[in-house]
Design a protein around this ligand. Structure first.
Ligand code: NAD
Ligand code: WQD
Length: 335
């Protein structure tokens, strides 16, 4: 059974990926400093999987800790989720973001070279496309200047990865550009755990429906879109997790010094108002909302062209928007 080190594996996407990895026959080893997650996730994973996953509490920029982990386990690949991800905070504390998001990647790459670990899947983001001129976006769509320090860290990390692979370090890397991850494990035992007021749409919707927030504000209904609100590609976190399993399997078939990027989305765009209405309909619950001003810097519309991941990784999403919003609500109800 191959050991896969998952940095940030106690977090939202990492924990769901851990589940899918076990189901695909891998042995995930989690390292997480719990800066944006809770150790209880490990108990929840045990309930889902029927076994306790190996967990190291610590910073994945701590090279000594990584070396200790590699001494104990023969690691064949890494999925690097660990990063700070709050766009707003990154504009106020940019150094915190550059330090953690770039520093952790640099440490992981140096560690992989030293220990001759070949395969890496990196969490990138559709944020690297900015507001694209042509939709849907393919992997060839030019990247644009980032809107935030957070977004810039993803762009720079992709550049670091490309340069490292070009240097013939002997590694194989895939960057997955996630669109908007939503939903939760269908068991409702794990899901997204926003700390404080959520900045993202779906956690704000679920907290409003639960009465934790009084009212959701829709940031603008006067854009040039179907109903005036912004358009995004909402991807169920279980499907996103599955893309990591497929990416690892594909990396295993490649020669050394391989790099590629894949969009991970459904290929469909939905508006913010559609999300609210669909949420209300599937869950038979009201969401108190009002139309407010546009959010500065918001992307008006973006969704993925998924032809590449469909054909090359043989990956298809299997959950609908309805499934995602039902699972998000079931998770919220457990909180
Ligand atoms: P998350 O915050 O739930 O998970 C990240 C985990 O990493 C957390 O558990 C946190 O405690 C941990 N962590 C952070 N820095 C660490 C460090 N230095 N050492 C060890 N652990 C550390 O976030 P998520 O939504 O699961 O995102 C995972 C990755 O996907 C991130 O790289 C994020 O930028 C990227 N991403 C997320 C989204 C999204 O909307 N959720 C979209 C695109 C890309
Ligand atoms: C979605 C839509 C809002 C909250 C962010 C990051 C990006 C990437 C994905 C990581 C927008 C609207 C939201 C609310 C609203 N993450 N909205 N009221 O903007 O696609 O991107 O997550 O890489 O980097 O910036 O996601 O969930 O913030 O917003 O109307 O209270 O919902 O205006 O149109 P976004 P989001």
């Amino acid at each position: 059974m191959k050991n896969i080190l998952i940095t940030g594996g106690a977090g939202y996407i990492g924990s769901h990926t851990a589940v899918q990895l076990v189901e695909a026959g891998f042995n995930p080893i989690i390292i997480d400093d719990l800066s944006n997650s809770d150790e209880k996730v490990l108990d929840r994973l045990e309930e889902i999987l029927g076994k306790r996953l190996t967990f190291y509490k610590g910073d994945c920029s701590d090279r000594n800790l990584l070396d200790q982990i590699a001494d104990k386990h023969d690691i064949s690949g890494v999925i690097h989720f660990a990063a700070f991800k709050a766009v707003g905070e990154s504009t106020v504390q940019p150094l915190k973001y550059y330090q953690n998001n770039l520093g952790s990647l640099l440490t992981i790459l140096d560690f992989m070279r030293a220990k001759q670990i070949k395969d890496l899947v990196f969490s990138s983001s559709c944020t690297v496309y900015g507001q694209p001129e042509i939709l849907p976006v393919t992997e060839e769509t030019p990247r644009q200047d980032a809107e935030s320090p957070y977004g810039n860290t993803k762009k720079i990390c992709e550049d670091i990865l490309m340069d490292f692979v070009k240097s013939q370090a002997g590694i194989r890397v895939i960057s997955l550009r996630y669109f908007n991850p939503v939903g939760a494990h269908p068991s409702a035992k794990i899901g997204e755990l926003p700390i404080g007021t959520p900045a993202n749409l779906v956690p704000f919707v679920t907290q409003t429906a639960a009465g934790i927030r009084e009212k959701l504000t829709v940031f603008g209904d006067d854009y040039d879109t179907m109903d005036g609100s912004c358009v995004r590609d909402f991807i169920h976190v279980m499907d996103l997790a599955d893309a990591h399993v497929k990416a690892l399997a594909y990396l295993g078939e490649q020669k050394d010094d391989f790099y590629d990027v894949f969009n991970v989305g459904t290929g469909n765009g939905n508006t913010v108002l559609e999300v609210i209405r669909t949420f209300e309909k599937v869950n038979r619950v009201k969401v108190n909302f009002k139309i407010g001003a546009r959010r500065p810097g918001d992307i008006v519309k973006i969704w993925a062209d998924t032809a590449k991941i469909n054909s090359v990784l043989n990956w298809q999403p299997s959950y609908s928007l309805e499934d995602s919003l039902r699972d998000s609500w079931n998770w919220q109800k457990t909180l």
